[in-house]
Design a protein around this ligand. Structure first.
Ligand SMILES: NC(=O)c1ccc[n+]([C@@H]2O[C@H](COP(=O)([O-])OP(=O)(O)OC[C@H]3O[C@@H](n4cnc5c(N)ncnc54)[C@H](OP(=O)(O)O)[C@@H]3O)[C@@H](O)[C@H]2O)c1
Length: 166
């Protein structure tokens, strides 16, 4: 059984990159995951309930909360990966500061030819000498969402390959 069995999670910006990897990971750990993002077509993460919307739009946030409420199992985990316009009272809040994480967008932005060079240069500025993978951030979110982090509160944790340590 996964370490988040029975939990309910919301991942904003859950259609791509870090948010998608996190939605997939939290679902794999047994959570029921709601994902939101503006482009409905991108919200196909396996095992997640998609509620399209913009986190800057209060009406969209209301629809998201309505969907969570309608399920009737509460809300345990919020991963505010895209900016979050308003926060309910949360019991345990921690922040993650990622370093350069390799998002799918780099290749479409710079093209197949130039993307490897761009990634290498971004990775070279980090102690570990490479960009991170979205799944490496997702693993840390899963830890923070689990009972394993029960005494971690108000922390800002770096998942950055040592970027802030050099
Ligand atoms: N990648 C990095 O190196 C890095 C480093 C440090 C911090 N971060 C932060 O980590 C987060 C995720 O990064 P990423 O690289 O995974 O980015 P990404 O691949 O661009 O993903 C961002 C996601 O957020 C959604 N989104 C954007 N604005 C939204 C809004 N107003 N309402 C709802 N959804 C919204 C986007 O979908 P739609 O466009 O469909 O809404 C998209 O799916 C960002 O906040 C970024 O600033 C990233």
């Amino acid at each position: 059984m996964g370490q988040l069995a029975g939990k309910t999670a919301v991942v904003t910006g859950g259609g791509t990159g870090i948010g998608l990897a996190t939605a997939v990971r939290l679902a794999a750990e047994g959570a029921h995951v709601f994902v939101t993002g503006r482009r409905k077509t991108e919200l196909g993460a396996a095992g997640a309930t998609a509620v399209a919307g913009d986190v800057a739009n209060p009406a969209d946030l209301d629809r998201l909360y309505d969907a969570v409420r309608a399920r009737g199992r509460g809300l345990d985990v919020v991963f505010a990966n895209a900016a979050w316009a308003s926060l309910a009272t949360l019991e345990q809040v921690n922040a993650i500061s990622p370093g350069p994480i390799d998002p799918p967008g780099i290749t479409s932005l710079f093209g197949e030819d130039k993307a490897p060079d761009v990634k290498a240069r971004l990775g070279a500025g980090v102690a570990m000498g490479r960009m991170g993978r979205p799944e490496e951030v997702a693993a840390f979110v899963a830890f923070l969402a689990s009972e394993e982090s029960s005494y971690v509160f108000g922390a800002n944790l770096y998942v950055d390959g040592g970027e802030n340590q050099v």
